[in-house]
Design a binder for this molecule. Structure first.
Ligand SMILES: Nc1ncnc2c1ncn2[C@@H]1O[C@H](COP(=O)(O)OP(=O)(O)OP(=O)(O)O)[C@@H](O)[C@H]1O
Length: 278
């Protein structure tokens, strides 16, 4: 009997082929190739100076590649820099209205939407505050807001959580979780919090190269455990378990894995490995 395997692949929204970027005759990035599918929220990770922000600026079109090809299957791209410009003389709402008008959106057209976003971002108390006097967290939210006002297909964020307190980080995280259903979000970060909650895949940048380009986040963990006797494994009513002599490989939903690990340890099992299921 013939067997068919149907592979559903999302629309590719960004494709980099052998990108190279030199600045002042130094090679910052080279041999960079990857594809990003629509709605695949992507974290760009790597140590300081590895080239993350440079890669983001290439994707944004702020930098041109020295060589290689970058295909953007949309021209609606919003970019949020790491630092909000310091010397803007506008008040908060005034600034957003002027950005909208720059994109050809009239104040009346965007009034409802802007009010909704202002409320979602929790920045009503500051709408008439000069931006210079706003906190870093508020400015960060304004930075994101100015980028999403014109409904981009791709939102690029450089270190969006840096410098924010825990509360503001949680607020921003909740906002990004909502936005990721509407657009493809690509961000550089050093924060696990953001990667764990938002990213579907990760680009690792090391020494100017993208090393591992995708890592699908799994909602299951595989626990490899050595057990002293089989009886209690039956008690735990595990659905996905594979045994090899005195070893068991147990697959559990991530939200149940901590509870299971505790149970296994209480029963004197040796936990040898815990990994995400690919
Ligand atoms: N405009 C520039 N002129 C000269 N060198 C630059 C420029 N922009 C970036 N670089 C160099 O390129 C390298 C990568 O910088 P980039 O800012 O992309 O790193 P990063 O991974 O974002 O770092 P961090 O985590 O510290 O923000 C660094 O060595 C940096 O000094």
């Amino acid at each position: 009997m013939e067997k068919w395997v149907v592979v559903v692949v999302g629309k590719v929204i960004l494709e980099a082929s052998n990108l190279k970027k030199e600045i002042d005759a130094s090679i910052i990035l080279e041999h960079v190739s990857f594809k990003i599918e629509e709605h695949a929220s992507t974290a760009i990770r790597g140590s300081n100076g590895s080239g993350k922000s440079t890669l983001l600026k290439l994707l944004a079109g702020i930098y041109e590649p020295t060589s290689g090809k970058l295909i953007r299957n949309t021209n609606r791209i919003g970019y949020v820099p790491e630092h909000f410009p310091e010397n803007l003389r506008f008040k908060l709402k005034e600034y957003l209205v002027s950005v909208a008008s720059f994109h050809g959106i009239s104040e009346t057209d965007m009034e409802t939407e802007l009010s909704e976003y202002i409320s979602l971002f929790g920045i009503e108390p500051f709408i008439n505050t000069p931006l210079k006097k706003c906190s870093k967290g508020t400015k960060q939210k304004v930075g994101i807001l100015q980028a999403i006002l014109f409904k981009p297909d791709i939102l690029l964020l450089d270190e969006p959580l840096t410098g924010l307190d825990t509360n503001s980080q949680q607020n921003l995280l909740a906002i990004l979780e909502k936005l990721k259903t509407k657009m493809t979000i690509i961000f550089t970060t050093h924060e696990n919090l953001l990667v764990d909650n938002i990213a579907n895949q990760i680009l690792y940048v090391k020494d100017g190269r993208v090393l591992v380009h995708t890592e699908t986040k799994s909602s299951y963990r595989v626990i490899k455990v050595r057990f002293p006797n089989k009886a209690f494994l039956a008690e735990l009513e595990l659905k996905e378990i594979h045994m090899e002599e005195d070893l068991a490989f147990i697959t559990v939903p991530i939200d149940k894995s901590d509870f299971l690990l505790k149970e296994l340890l209480n029963r004197n099992c040796s936990v040898l490995e815990v990994r995400e299921r690919i």
